[in-house]
Design a protein around this ligand. Structure first.
Ligand code: EPZ
Length: 430
């Protein structure tokens, strides 16, 4: 199994191209099941999760082709992928596939809307929390679906004439349930109004793509989304928006290691709250015409308290990385996680590098230390694993991160992007 070896101590200088967003690409790919026409997505990142979803969509009958010639974009390769689901050959998403990637549960929306039925395995819990699917079930029921859970599967059936527009207010903000209800409602009879909807940029990107396919969605980006059902959707061409979590991760890496880096092909407006926290920690951040410049020269890292929240709040997907940064601050910071109940697995691993962190409920108290020292550590989930890389960049000596398949789920060419900026990071294959 591959490991990542980091020798800390180098500043970062140069340009890092930001990939298309994993968490936008996944729902966009799933939306291709809503039409028998071709959906072409540009700027699709090359990641293990994307490859896994390609297999899952293939199981439902999607014909998928990746542009032979990769589109060159800075030092990265953004792929253009064509999805055509002329016929849905199976409305079942089996346990073996869904259990590998939670987002694959989201096929329930398009399958139910287009075929009138779906049988999708419950995804089960995962390392960061129990992650139930009650909101999906309540929301689809509000659109007229009959749902029963049997043998670990969710069996959903639409009324004879198809789903019916309805009103549903989420009791809790859910990105995935917002994606699914928005997709399902595009083909419903009548108008659907979703209250307390997720406002994440990935939801806005999905709505934009669905509208290009002929859907009638308005209000995306606010907490009330209105979807007027249409009879059918057509194909479209859509460019996946930049990955705000990758952007924030590299911004924190520069804040940690010091240096001067331009993050290319991204937009500061996608992560204002996180950038503000990094600024308060002592880095200078400015817009360039195609991205963001981040500089930290000389100044130390200041302690900053953060609380994760749905967008536009501080993203839970950047919490671990920010904790990595705070391990070297000049004081005490508090990091509170409000989205997932078990998203602190990086605490034990950061401690192996010499970090001083104590947990009380959902809040971590991080006492900054003047030095971290490299050690073998283990990746436990996608974002936790990259927090170890960030800490490793500033640790003395060698940090060896094992279980890097977690990293490969969501960070495209991480070692290459960091190495080109002067970091000492390499993949070691056993
Ligand atoms: C998306 O997950 C992201 N995944 C996550 O990123 C991200 O952490 C999360 O949103 C929050 O921003 C993708 O986009 C593929 P939620 P999602 O439904 O949609 C609870 C990463 O590292 N909930 O917004 O699954 C849930 O348990 C991943 O890239 C219910 O209670 O998250 C959680 O506490 C990890 N019932 C909260 O809502 C439900 O039916 C928010 O979860 C659904 C969710």
């Amino acid at each position: 199994m591959d490991r990542i070896r980091i020798v800390g101590g180098n500043e970062l200088h140069g340009v890092i191209p930001i990939s298309g967003a994993k968490n936008a690409a996944l729902p966009l790919m799933i939306a291709s099941l809503l039409t028998d026409d071709t959906l072409t997505l540009e700027n699709v990142p090359h990641l293990a999760d994307v490859e896994q979803l390609i297999r899952i969509l293939g199981n439902h009958g999607a014909d998928i082709s990746v542009n032979g010639r990769r589109e060159r974009q800075g030092e990265s390769y953004a792929r253009t992928v064509h999805f055509t689901s002329r016929n849905i050959v199976s409305t079942t998403a089996p346990y073996e596939l869904v259990s590998k990637m939670r987002a694959s549960f989201w096929v329930i929306g398009p399958l139910l809307a287009r075929e009138g039925r779906a049988r999708v395995s419950l995804p089960g819990g995962c390392a960061i929390g129990t992650r139930p699917v009650d909101l999906f079930i309540e929301g689809l029921t509000a659109l007229g679906a009959s749902i029963e859970i049997d043998g670990g599967y969710v069996n959903a059936t639409a009324p004879a004439g198809g789903l019916i527009g309805g009103r549903y207010t989420f009791p809790k903000v859910s990105v995935g349930a917002t994606h699914v209800l928005m997709m399902a409602a595009t083909l419903a009879n009548g108008t659907t109004v979703l209250g307390n909807a997720a406002r994440e940029p990935e939801v806005v990107d999905l709505a934009k793509c669905l509208n290009a396919m002929g859907a009638k969605i308005s209000g995306q980006g606010t907490s009330t989304i209105t979807i007027e059902g249409v009879r059918s959707l057509s194909g479209a061409r859509h460019r996946v928006l930049p990955d705000r979590i990758e952007t924030g991760t590299y911004a924190m890496a520069v804040a940690m290691a010091g240096g001067d880096v331009i993050l290319e092909d991204t937009e500061a407006s996608l992560l204002d709250t996180a950038l503000e926290a990094i600024r308060r920690a002592g880095a200078e951040i400015s817009d360039t015409n195609n991205g963001i410049r981040i500089v930290r020269n000389g100044a130390g890292i200041r302690p900053v308290d953060i609380v994760t929240d749905p967008f536009p709040g501080f993203p839970t997907d950047l919490q671990a990385q920010f904790m990595g940064l705070m391990t070297r601050s000049s004081g005490v910071s508090h990091i509170t996680e409000t989205i997932f109940e078990n998203r602190f697995m990086h605490v034990q691993e950061l401690a192996r590098l010499g970090a001083k962190i104590s947990l009380t409920g959902q809040t971590a108290k991080v006492e900054g230390v003047s030095r971290l020292k490299g050690a073998p550590v283990m990746a436990t989930d996608l974002r936790a694993s990259v927090s170890l890389v960030i800490a490793g960049l500033a640790a003395e000596g060698e940090t060896m991160v094992s279980r890097v398949y977690h990293l490969d789920r969501g960070f495209e060419r991480l070692e290459e992007k960091l190495t080109r900026c002067g970091a000492h990071v390499e993949r070691v294959s056993d």
